[in-house]
Design a binder for this molecule. Structure first.
Ligand SMILES: *Cc1c(COP(=O)(O)O)cnc(C)c1O
Length: 362
């Protein structure tokens, strides 16, 4: 495809071209069934095969140990901000959060609707340019859980390692970096992620939850917002977003064919280094937003000397086929989201453009 954009959108974001093409082939008729997958019952054998293939691929690719359930739910990661405390924050207990940026803040605000919260560490005083060190975390051993945001999509920061929290349940919002690298799932009680950044299109949210946390909530919680509802029914309690799950399954197959989580990490590091190297060798023309030790492999954030120059950068990049480089409206600047599916060629083209733009404007 000659005129595919260099897509750096933050989410929904680039999908592998091979996956889009395969979906196109299978769109009207799925596997000689006489109909599209979207026209089929979610209770039928054909859909169920896709559904459980996706569950099993996630288990395989993330090396999810025994004793965890993989759930597919709706409402985006934003609904998880509420479901987590609704299900796991019991009256009289406190939930602790690491305040790393925009998404962590939203998670905290939502938890406050349901119970007491505390802040284990915060980088607000540093404009969220960094992820707090593990040694900075300060929470009581009797908190209901400790919540972190593995990658702050808007600020462009990412945890490079996760704390060992012992008996305290660790919860991770991995919406913007799930499967970008291998992780130790056993450190977490719950991991959740909206699919539309690194796993597929929007419409499905995955929840990986340790089985002992799947309990009847101690306060009334709507049926659809209870983890035990979805766990008991293998995420088929009500109609799941069948097309989103089908697409995610195809993306997972693509990840597997490209080296799995370790293959993704190697590819992502190479891509991210291309852009960070340009920033670091630009003599201050490009200014990285995140502190070096907290830089994200997924969202590279940077600014230029003036807003005017940034506007010019966006305008010229758009004319050359680059999409999505404007920073989030809340922090400004520029952002290149380089999720798993963003091809290295797109990143090389961006690096080239950045070099050229600097040479003309420095
Ligand atoms: C995008 C994002 C969310 C919100 O996801 P929705 O699916 O739109 O609700 C939450 N957390 C992080 C880290 C994100 O990047």
């Amino acid at each position: 495809m000659a005129n595919r954009a260099y897509n750096f959108n933050a989410g929904p974001a680039a999908l592998p071209l091979e996956v889009l093409q395969k979906a196109q082939e299978q769109f009207v008729e799925f596997e000689n069934s006489g109909m599209s997958l979207m026209e089929m019952s979610h209770r039928g054998a054909i859909y169920e095969k896709v559904h459980f293939e996706a569950v099993n691929l996630l288990k395989e690719l993330l090396a999810i140990p025994e004793g965890y359930k993989v759930l597919f739910v709706q409402g985006g990661a934003s609904t998880q901000f509420a479901m987590i405390p609704m299900n796991l924050l019991r009256p009289g207990t406190t939930a602790s959060y690491v305040a790393t940026g925009s998404w962590a803040t939203k998670a905290i605000q939502e938890a406050k609707l349901f119970g007491d919260t505390s802040i284990a560490a915060s980088s607000e005083a540093d404009s969220y340019k960094r992820i707090p060190a593990i040694s900075e975390l300060n929470y009581s051993s009797d908190v209901a859980y400790l919540h972190l945001t593995s990658n702050e999509t808007i600020e462009g920061t990412q945890w490079s390692e996760f704390p060992d929290t012992g008996d305290v349940t660790l919860i991770g919002d991995m919406s913007s970096d799930i499967l970008c690298r291998p992780i130790d799932v056993s450190k977490f009680g719950v991991i959740y992620a909206g699919a539309q950044k690194n796993l597929g299109p929007s419409g499905v949210t995955i929840v990986i939850i340790r089985e002992d946390l799947i309990v009847k909530p101690s306060t009334p919680v709507p049926t659809m917002l209870r983890y035990d509802t979805h766990a008991k029914a293998d995420s088929l309690y009500n109609t799941p977003p069948t097309f989103a799950i089908y697409m995610m399954n195809e993306v997972l197959k693509w990840v597997k064919a490209n080296g799995g989580a370790a293959g993704m990490e190697a590819r992502n590091r190479e891509k991210a280094n291309l852009i960070y190297d340009i920033i670091d060798s630009s003599n201050g023309f490009y200014r990285g937003f995140a502190e070096k030790g907290s830089r994200s492999l997924m969202n590279v954030t940077f600014t230029l000397a003036s807003e005017e120059l940034e506007k010019q950068f966006i305008k010229e990049s758009e004319a050359k086929g680059f999409v999505g480089l404007k920073g989030h409206r809340s922090v400004g600047g520029l952002r290149a989201s380089i999720y798993n599916a963003v091809p290295p060629e797109s990143v090389r083209a961006l690096a080239e453009f950045m070099r050229d733009f600097q040479s003309r404007n420095a």
